[in-house]
Design a protein around this ligand. Structure first.
Ligand SMILES: [Zn+2]
Ligand SMILES: [Zn+2]
Length: 78
């Protein structure tokens, strides 16, 4: 009934927006739907406590240097 009306239980440490992290319950969490690069994920864990909101995760994902595709790794095919 009110599955989508849960009050935000967490505040995003990056943008300050409220969101609900599902790390401690069965609610799907944004951190489980956005697969960040290992380096980006490590930077997040070093700089923030807990999860960020979905908007921030998507934004960081878009900022990843190799988000454009595998072409960056093919430097030897000159
Ligand atoms: Zn955020
Ligand atoms: Zn989370």
């Amino acid at each position: 009934m009110n599955a989508w009306s849960q009050p935000p239980s967490d505040a995003c440490p990056r943008c300050g927006g409220g969101f609900h992290c599902g790390a401690n319950d069965a609610t799907p969490c944004p951190c489980g739907t956005v697969s960040l690069d290992a380096a980006t994920a490590a930077a997040l864990r070093a700089g923030y406590v807990g999860c960020l909101c979905l908007a921030c995760l998507v934004e960081l994902k878009a900022l990843e240097p190799n988000a454009a595709g595998p072409m960056a790794q093919d430097a030897s095919a000159t």
